[in-house]
Ligand binder design. Structure first.
Ligand code: SF4
Ligand code: SF4
Length: 481
């Protein structure tokens, strides 16, 4: 069944959802840019779009810049949280995160008519910056340009492009052997990467080829899920630009860099938390290469990023938005408007399996601040509470089977457990819900219980709100006694 579905939410239409066209301007929103060291701007100062807010932490690390023209209204210090530690750039030499204190620079954008013809014209805050990309395939020149507009974070890869280019510059003779764009969705029911590839196929392939030229890689690889519609739109540009299109079955954790390295880069072993360049690879996500191609062809650098917001168990399509880093999350999606409390502890940056819970940063003077879109945010998951939702019978959609990372058929397993429990209860006349009672399940059920890792994904996606994982968890507990 799972092979036909091509990822939970996608199977309804047979296609990844297209993203809306990139807007040329956005309505003005106050931004809070999180910087890893003392800002070099002061309160009350006017800044232009693209102006540096901090010096880089290390000569080889990225700078932080203002994506809008505006005025600095406040600077708020706070302690780094676990999410920041995990997702933000580390020193390429020590692999440690050097920031002891973070600074939120509050910027009030200026809405102006930029007076130009064509793209970027009109009222609002322009979403791109008019600046030419480097012209030569020279790693040092690209590195210098890219780091000025850093940090080029990549959701779920854990290593930004700047750090990888810095490592390849320092490798001195040890050439990069593989360049892979991971277009597999980090979590298959939420087609964030597939949908980007579907919307910008030519840009994605061109950007990958530009990076390939830069790193002297003959045929970079574009790894995508085995979806016929997606492959159809990518086949032609991949052939024209000599990019190798590789289709793979997209079940979690197929998009994990460690697995990608092993399966698609000559069985290279990459330990957890290692940078891809440790295995002489460079790994990028679709938005990185799309942004590079759009910069080269349009001579404008996009300063907004795509953000997909997914709410499970609601029969809703994931919401797709473009936002500046620094925008408060509740201002991005109107359905979240004014609800930071409702979301406390339920908002995940990334996918529900490996993402981290977002908490509002606690600052010294200003108390709790709402979470913002950061450079690493491309996917947000809201965890719905199944506790308050009424279950309805299974509609055989197959999502639970599709997402189960160990290949179980969760709903069938849960049904078998329930059938066994009710039969046992009927014949023994003893309540099977007694917590102390040890239950010996038939071999066929026991074998499957051994494979459940209690990730909860089956319950997370179930549109009829069935407590599948809870049923399996209770059976495992009863089996152990
Ligand atoms: S909780 Fe168990 S059955 Fe459900 S998806 Fe995870 S591993 Fe599969
Ligand atoms: S249990 Fe839920 S997720 Fe699984 S097939 Fe039935 S309705 Fe779909």
């Amino acid at each position: 069944m799972a092979g036909k579905l091509h990822g939970g939410m996608i199977f309804n239409t047979g296609k990844p959802y297209p993203w809306p066209a990139l807007p040329q301007s956005l309505p003005a929103q106050p931004l809070r840019m999180t910087c890893p060291n003392t800002p070099i701007v002061s309160v009350g100062q006017a800044v232009v779009a693209g102006q540096r807010l901090t010096e880089p932490l290390h000569p080889m690390s990225p700078c932080f810049f203002s994506p809008v023209a505006g005025t600095v209204s406040a600077i708020t210090p706070w302690e780094p949280d676990a999410l920041y530690e995990k997702n933000h750039h580390r020193d390429p030499h020590t692999r440690k995160h050097p920031a002891k204190k973070l600074y939120d620079v509050h910027i009030h954008p200026i809405v102006e008519d930029d007076g130009e013809e064509g793209e970027g014209e009109g009222k609002g805050v322009p979403t791109s910056l008019k600046i030419a990309a480097p012209t030569k395939p020279d790693v040092k020149e690209w590195f210098d340009h890219l780091r000025n507009f850093g940090p080029w974070q990549q959701d779920e890869i854990g290593c930004d492009l700047i750090t990888q280019l810095a490592a390849s510059l320092q490798a001195k003779g040890k050439l990069i052997r593989h360049l892979v764009c991971i277009g597999l969705d980090a979590y298959s029911p939420y087609p964030d990467r597939s949908s980007l590839l579907m919307t910008f196929p030519d840009d994605a392939v061109l950007g990958l080829q530009i990076l390939g030229n830069l790193l002297d890689i003959k045929r970079p690889r574009l790894l995508v899920q085995d979806n016929p519609d997606l492959i159809d739109v990518l086949k032609r540009p991949c052939k024209s630009f000599d990019v190798k299109l590789v289709a793979d079955f997209n079940r979690y954790p197929a998009a994990d860099p460690t697995l990608v390295a092993y399966r698609h880069c000559g069985e290279t072993m990459l330990t957890a938390n290692a940078a891809p360049t440790d295995g002489r690879m460079v790994m990028v996500t679709p938005w990185t290469v799309i942004r590079i191609a759009r910069w080269v062809t349009r001579r404008r650098l996009d300063l907004v990023q795509p953000v997909m917001i997914a709410e499970p168990q609601r029969d809703k399509h994931p919401q797709r938005h473009y936002a500046f880093p620094g925008t408060e999350i509740c201002a991005v999606d109107h359905t979240l408007h004014g609800c930071p409390q409702r979301l406390e502890g339920k908002l995940i940056s990334g996918n529900p399996m490996t993402g981290l819970t977002l908490h509002a940063p606690l600052t010294e003077n200003k108390g709790l601040l709402s979470p913002t879109i950061r450079h690493s945010t491309q996917m947000l998951t809201i965890l719905a509470s199944s506790h308050f939702l009424d279950s309805t019978p299974c509609n055989t959609c197959g999502w639970c089977t599709d997402v189960c990372p160990t290949g179980l058929q969760p709903v069938h397993l849960a049904e078998s457990i329930q059938n066994f429990n009710s039969t046992k209860e009927k014949f023994s006349n003893v309540s099977s819900t007694k917590p102390t009672q040890t239950v010996e399940y038939p071999k066929q059920i026991q074998k499957q219980l051994d494979y459940c890792i209690d990730c909860g994904l089956c319950t997370h996606v179930c549109p009829t709100h069935l407590p599948i994982a809870q049923t399996i968890r209770a059976a495992i507990a009863k089996q152990k006694g």
